[in-house]
Design a protein. Sequence first.
Lengths: 289, 328
Amino acid sequence: MEQILANGIYLGAQYAMIALGLTLIFALMNVLNFAHGQMYVLGGFVTYTFYGQLGWPFVIALLASCITLAVLGALIERFLFAPVIRRSNREESTMLLAAGLAFLFDALILLIFGEKQRGVPKIINGVFNWDFRLIMPYDRILICVLAILSIVTFILFMQYSKTGRALRALAQDRTAAQLMGVNVARYSMIGFALGAMLAGLVGGLLVTITGVNLGMGGPTSIKAFMMVMIGGAGVISGAIAGGIILGFMEAIGLAVLSQYGDITYLLIFVSLMVFLAIRPQGLMGKPWG
Amino acid sequence: MPKLSIIQWASLAVFLLAIFIAVPGFIAASGRSDLYYTLTSVALLSIASAGVWLTFYIGRINIGQGAFALIGAYVSAILVTKAGMSFWLSLPLAGLFAAGVAIVIGVPILRLRGVYFAMISLVLTQVVTLTALALPITNGAKGITSIPLPGGVSILGLTLIPDFATLENPRLAFYYAACVLMVLTFAAMYRLVNSRLGHLCRSMQQNEELASSIGVNISHIRVIVFSISSFLGGIGGAVFGSIAQSVYPSSFQVADSVNFMLNCFLGGLGYVFGPMLGTLVLYFGWDLLFELGRFQLLAYSSLLIILMLFLPNGLLSLRLPGKKGADK
């Protein structure tokens, strides 16, 4: 039981971080970022390159992941999403752009890093063992703590910094924010960069445990969509709740249902559809997003 | 019945001549019989994409067509292999089954809008794939293989459709079958869009509350439209399974669902024939870029992004402003 709870917290913390980036981008620009999973994979590969191959300290490699993805996100927003949003008759056109970007990232990752599964040396060795009731490698505990710290930092940043306030204003009402003197174009770019950075950060954190490979992008995006739907699109607390709920469901499902074969995800999907039929806007979302 | 102008009749005739006579003639002359498979795929995918387009028409972003295509493919394959039914009978049944599933699922999920519906429909594809893996009748990951080719149909001794297995060129037969289905689909779509239902759909696309306030039964219409859309998905998937003679849970995946949506976007959401053009361009574009080897995906995605950047409203929006879209 303790083991399941610990696994749930561990999975939930990392899922919440993925969902945070996605929901931030959605809240600010109304863009469903299909390429979020690919951004996460890219972050993993950057950390792999700096930490695994060049042998730099892990923290610097992690920073490199964040910076790369933040710059990439800013460029993408400025030169791709902003013009398309301006020119298109329908908002949904950005979905095609995002899907195109997902393909593009897949292609780039394939060309630069290849299709092999990549792993890096462990950051710390050893396993935490509490009387065989709870077994957890130390590096997982560290990553979990780092993930929770990042989430807390992110929430504090959004609550108390000037940028955070501007971003929240933008998410609430674009026009009103503009009238109050928020530089909408600039903060859209910052918000997108921040969302991409979160994806890169979690990719860099997780590469130390699960490794990274090209095929992880798509399934990660789908999981992130599910978390955002559970919690409510565009709501930060919702994304965290969704991530933790999905993490616990997966941990419990894998432990309890393992003898029935691989039906955990089938059950999660079905219960998600039932849940959304009852509460379409998710746990904390505004009706109709 | 909408009136067609002379120009429209003429272009319809040219189109029919092109796909039924000129294309087979060209392929016979050039000996590129592999093109049959490509063109058949385009025709079938455009049927499924037409369904997606229809859900766009009521203002829903549908990324779940792969689910219904997979359902259609499995229903047809199971009916043909396990029950020994004729393929031509199983085809409408596959479509109807997909439509039935769409009604059951659609009643709750069609209440969702915008990005929520898009995400749940994406999840739906995953659900159907996982269900196909888990159920015994679908044979799990092994899939259903060696499905017999479609048999013949004859009424009163008159052979309407020959037995595909006895033909010397079943590819050509599949090509004709797919084209006939495609023409029927788009004729029906054109009729539907210009019917009363089409007008109601347009009103829903603009504002559901307003439509509902003037007496449009929106929950009724959106379920009907979603089931028609899924019917088309089921038909397309069923014929696909029959051509490949096999169905696997991976036959239609999330990527396929996304592609159906991209076909509609690329062709233009405001035009009935958008999905057909979008499918043709995307599928052929992908095939043509095959020469580039490992840069294929890179070039393909870059082209997609560039197209979106310069033509965000679809290829058909290139028309001259004087000529309105085909749905007007």
